[in-house]
Design a protein around this ligand. Structure first.
Ligand code: 13P
Length: 343
């Protein structure tokens, strides 16, 4: 069932030069983002902020889909049009975060497990009616002394595969996101090992649970030095290590891979993606972006909750998305950063 629909959706999500905008912060996370610009987080400020991102002029040139949060998929634009319908009009696919967040994993200090499988079949049916064509589930893998444990990797990859199987059953393309967290003093080499091990476990679980690789999108973290590591790997080193790790672990049947930004600066997230695509090597899958913070940060800063700043915020988002689109072709240059100020 849904074979063709899933294939069409997955291909559209990773269409050439396009990425996915993640605006699916939970109410707790968006409050933290709003705190940085000193505005209150309530139903209306969250709606107004998501409205400006969703309706930014011309954004569909660079963004194939947006991942919404449960509250947002049920809200409407200023015009009164429900967000999924407003997105459809401009050719943007609606995605929905369906996990219920990560909680402490019992018996495993410092590790987490993502919840949200109970009632998921019914929630997916509801989201489909609301207009969702793809979904997202994020697993969290922390690096530290003696972690991640095999136990943590197993339970998280098992849950990701259960989620993905239910999505495909519902005709919804699953984004599977095993995020190896940047926090810590670990080296790039350690991040490589953990990411390789995690992705092997993920694709093994997906296979065992009869998830079709052709009908999913992988959302990966880059292979990168820990934030507190004294020796920070350079852009080319991150790009090479990430591509090598993906080549070892991701089946060629997967239609595309998108990256999360995970706390990288906007410019570095774009530079890393660009270096991977500028390599010139023929890869089995397109490499694109599905950033949250690295796409939204300049827009959030420009907006500051002021209706008069909506247009400036939309321009900031447009510019960031344009640069990341260029990075999908390996055509991004640092000088392009200055064009925004000039525009
Ligand atoms: P960041 O790019 O801010 O890491 O967010 C992407 C995302 O959707 C994490 O699940």
């Amino acid at each position: 069932m849904f074979e063709r629909e899933l294939a069409v959706t997955a291909a559209a999500m990773v269409a050439p030069g396009k990425g996915i905008l993640a605006i699916d912060e939970s109410s707790g996370t968006i409050k933290k983002r709003f705190d940085t610009i000193g505005i209150e987080s309530n139903v209306e400020t969250r709606r107004a902020y998501r409205d400006l991102l969703i309706t930014a002029d011309g954004i569909a040139q660079f963004v194939s889909g947006m991942i919404l949060y449960d509250e947002t998929i049920k809200q409407s634009a200023q015009s009164g049009t429900p967000f999924p319908a407003a997105m459809k009009k401009t050719g943007i696919l609606t995605g929905i975060k369906v996990d219920a967040g990560s909680k402490a994993l019992a018996g495993a200090p410092g590790e987490q497990v993502t919840e949200g499988l109970d009632g998921l079949r019914e929630r997916l049916a509801e989201y489909k009616k609301l207009g969702a064509s793809f979904a997202k589930w994020r697993a969290v893998i922390n690096i530290g002394k003696d972690i991640p444990s095999q136990y943590c990797i197993d339970v998280n990859m098992h849950a990701l595969a259960r989620y993905a199987a239910l999505c495909q059953e519902a005709g919804i393309v699953p984004i599977v996101e095993p995020e190896v967290i940047m926090d810590g003093a670990h080296t790039l080499e350690r991040c490589f090992d953990v990411t390789e091990h995690t992705l092997h476990a993920l694709f093994s679980q997906l296979y065992q649970q009869r998830v079709r690789a052709e009908h999913l999108v992988l959302k990966a973290s880059m292979v990168i030095s820990g934030k507190e590591c004294a020796q920070q790997a350079g852009v080319q080193q991150v790009a090479d290590a990430t591509v090598q790790c993906l080549k070892r672990t991701v089946p060629a049947a997967v239609p595309g891979i998108v990256f999360l930004s995970g706390g990288q600066t906007d410019e570095l997230a774009t530079a890393h993606l660009n270096a991977m695509n500028a390599n010139g090597a023929a890869l089995s899958w397109p490499l694109s972006f599905s950033y949250g913070r690295a796409l939204q940060a300049p827009a959030l800063k420009a907006w500051k909750g002021q209706p008069a700043s909506v247009s400036a915020a939309q321009k900031a988002l447009f510019h960031r998305a344009k640069l990341n689109s260029a990075a999908c072709f390996g055509r991004y240059k640092a000088e392009m950063e200055r064009e925004a100020a000039a525009a």
